[in-house]
Design a protein around this ligand. Structure first.
Ligand SMILES: N[C@@H](CCC(=O)N[C@@H](CS)C(=O)NCC(=O)O)C(=O)O
Length: 215
């Protein structure tokens, strides 16, 4: 059975955001059962875990001696077993992959610039000065994304793919600001993606693991 690594506990602001959610969501979309390997404080720095994830992060996927890190790689790997995530048609499949990489490479770093300031450095002078520029840059990228989405339900048209799973996961990073939500098209898009039963099951499972660990 597939095992996904996740943290046993994270602060409230990170619950529902930790990146194992992306792997869980993909597995739920694919209808593949999985279990979790919950890391306690410090487990991620142990040599055995670092051998599987060089940066000590979650998630990793393990199955029958095979291990994979990077949430994008994990979602694409699971997508090999799910036409919902990766369509069979080669052109549609390439476009789904394109949106996975766009989410992780062209959008996530810029939303993370803002999130990092807000979550970890909000009180520092340099962060106050940097934030408006970081927000402006993020908004430029979001504007491009919104125009490309246009009035389509999903990035490639009528069909949800792995690209939407990653893009909506990335857009949720700024849930606590109006930076994404002030664009009605993007707000509706995230709501549409996360209304999927597979997302809800994945989110409930992540939260349930935190609750079990806290009990
Ligand atoms: N690019 C990685 C990022 C993974 C990542 O940032 N994971 C966070 C949790 S959401 C983590 O493990 N943070 C602990 C750390 O970086 O030390 C991926 O998408 O898998």
């Amino acid at each position: 059975m597939i095992t996904i690594s996740a943290f046993q506990w994270v602060p409230d602001f990170a619950q529902g955001q930790v990146r194992d959610l992306r792997a869980r969501w993909a597995l739920e979309e694919a209808g593949i059962p999985y279990r979790t390997r919950l890391l306690s404080q410090g487990d991620q720095d142990k040599p055995e875990y670092r051998a599987l994830q060089p940066f000590g992060q979650v998630p990793i996927l393990e199955e029958n001696g095979f291990a994979l890190f990077e949430s994008g790689a994990i979602v694409l790997h699971i997508g090999e077993r799910s036409e919902t995530l990766l369509p069979k048609d080669p052109a549609a499949r390439a476009r789904a992959t394109q949106w996975v990489i766009a989410a992780l490479n062209s959008i996530e770093p810029f939303l993370m610039d803002v999130a990092r300031i807000d979550l970890f450095y909000a009180d520092q002078e340099w962060a106050k000065q940097r934030r408006p520029g970081a927000v402006a840059f993020a908004k430029r990228r979001l504007d491009g994304l919104s125009k490309s989405l246009s009035d389509k339900p999903y990035l490639d048209g009528n069909r949800f793919t792995a690209g939407d799973l990653l893009m909506s996961s990335v857009l949720r990073i700024l849930n606590n600001t109006d930076i994404v939500n002030s664009d009605a098209r993007l707000a509706d898009y995230v709501a549409r993606c996360t209304a999927r039963p597979a997302f809800k099951r994945a989110l409930d499972a992540q939260i349930a693991d935190f609750r079990r660990a806290a009990a």
